[in-house]
Design a protein around this ligand. Structure first.
Ligand SMILES: [Zn+2]
Length: 467
């Protein structure tokens, strides 16, 4: 490979162990805060590499950290290993074969494994060069809907970290745009009074009516929100199955998103008022419980430039004909819109017949739209943070789909995973070698926080919803 970096072979030396780890986590899919087996597999791997280990981070049993090296700067590499409900799918097959349980529909089996692989390569590089410096692998649970990293930031776990690096599996390679919506999940439970719906309806006060009126109110609010704000909802409890009983209790979960933290706080205030209004109209009592919250993403232009240089040096993962054949079969299950969307997000025209991204997309070419939320964002307020995207799946594959799960153990996914580890390890090595870069990133971060201080979106009484 051209432009060879001394740390790439240090990644390759361990790739077998970490492909095995990714496969093991794929085979034990566990949803937010229940990742006991996945965390145990990561812990065992940390023990095998001689890390100094801290368990039960922020009082979360499935969060773990390992550290190597001495003195110097501290670089955090963030991993995840949670799965999604109901996305279990037989791997290696380009047709829906649901397994009836959770599955790795967001590729976090690859995410966590590559992050630890990068950290272990950095351990080897520090040992080989005798340089001062510490590298940490943070095994972070519950990215999907759980916001574990926000709780970890609140617990001060990044207080002595100089920079944080991570990645996400994707269908093209480049810097992940430093944009993410702040969000909060709030469960609104209404308490009414049951009654015979025909015999004495006047005695009943319907909690289900309150939920429906709340949704109507939120629908009217939608017209008057900032463009990029979002509110989604799910019925957690519609009050039961009997229409002839006035429902005495019902719960709706509102997921409120905004491109900035202040905008989120404003919107939450309005949604709460709508809930109070629904309770007033129905003579029910409303209870609001925050389930999770994350901040918007703070960019680190210095780190983004540093990581982009490493991505351009290594290029895109190299896929072979077998990878392309499977990717083509997956693509055949997608719509033209899915495929066009990937090219659009890459700032490119659609290339017919291209099934795997053999190109790198520059951050400057990506349009500033179409993004979700991540709890990495809270880390970005604690410490300069940068994320890569690396191609592990067919062009057009949506996140949170059976198609992504189906590709979670494929040779292309493993190639992308090892490639991601090389990008992260090379970026961390660069930061260890260039104290000026770290200092510049920190200055930029401090200046940004001076304009808008970080307010943890989780009030002190909100605890991780560990089952
Ligand atoms: Zn994800």
């Amino acid at each position: 490979m051209r432009n060879s970096n001394e740390i790439w072979p240090m990644v390759e030396a361990h790739e077998g162990d970490f492909i095995a780890l990714a496969n093991q986590v794929f085979d034990t899919p566990e949803v937010a805060y229940t990742e006991a087996k996945s965390c145990a597999a990561h812990l065992a791997q940390l023990q095998a590499t001689g890390a100094r280990i801290t368990q039960n981070l922020a009082d979360i049993p499935t969060a773990v950290m390992g550290e190597w090296g001495q003195g110097g700067p501290v670089i955090a590499i963030l991993g995840e290993y949670d799965a999604l409900p109901a996305l279990g799918q037989e791997p290696g097959i380009a047709e829906p074969r649901p397994l009836g349980y959770a599955g790795h529909g967001c590729g976090h089996n690859l995410l966590g494994s590559a992050a630890m692989l990068a950290a272990v390569a950095l351990r080897d590089w520090l040992a080989a060069t005798g340089k001062p410096g510490r590298v940490r692998y943070y095994g972070c649970p519950a990215e999907e809907g759980g916001a574990a990293k926000a709780f970890m930031v609140r617990a001060g776990l990044f207080a002595d970290v100089d920079a944080a690096i991570t990645w996400h599996p994707n269908d093209f390679t480049g810097i992940m745009p430093p944009r993410a919506l702040a969000n909060m999940r709030i469960d609104f439970t209404f308490h009414g009074r049951s009654a015979h719906a025909a015999g004495s309806p006047e005695l009943g006060r319907s909690a289900l009516d309150a939920v429906e009126l709340m949704n109507v109110g939120v629908n009217y609010m939608r017209e008057h929100m900032p463009d990029e704000a979002r509110v989604h909802y799910a019925y957690l409890d519609a009050g039961g199955e009997a229409p002839n009983v006035v429902q005495s209790k019902a719960t709706v979960r509102q997921l409120i998103r905004s491109p900035n933290n202040k905008g989120l706080r404003d919107l939450i205030g309005r949604v709460r008022k709508i809930g109070e209004g629904a309770a007033l109209m129905t003579e029910t009592r409303m209870e609001a419980k925050v389930v999770s919250a994350v901040s918007s993403m703070l960019s680190s232009p210095v780190l983004e430039a540093a990581m982009e240089a490493q991505i351009l040096a290594i290029g895109a993962p190299e896929f072979d004909d077998a990878d392309r054949t499977f990717a083509a079969a997956i693509q055949a299950t997608l719509t033209e819109d899915h495929i066009a969307d990937t090219f659009w997000r890459s700032g490119l025209e659609v290339v017919q017949g291209k099934v795997l991204a053999d190109y790198v997309v520059k951050l400057a070419d990506m349009p500033a739209a179409g993004f979700g939320s991540t709890d990495v964002a809270d880390v970005s307020w604690a410490v300069p943070t940068v994320q890569a995207y690396v191609a592990t799946a067919a062009i057009g594959t949506p996140f949170h789909s059976w198609q992504l799960t189906a590709q979670g153990k494929s040779p292309a996914a493993h190639k992308g995973m090892v490639h991601a580890a090389k990008i992260m390890a090379a970026t961390a090595r660069e930061l260890m070698l260039r104290p000026d870069l770290l200092a510049e990133a920190k200055m930029e971060h401090t200046a940004r926080l001076a304009r808008e201080p970080y307010i943890c979106p989780l009030d002190p009484e909100v605890m991780p919803p560990i089952p």
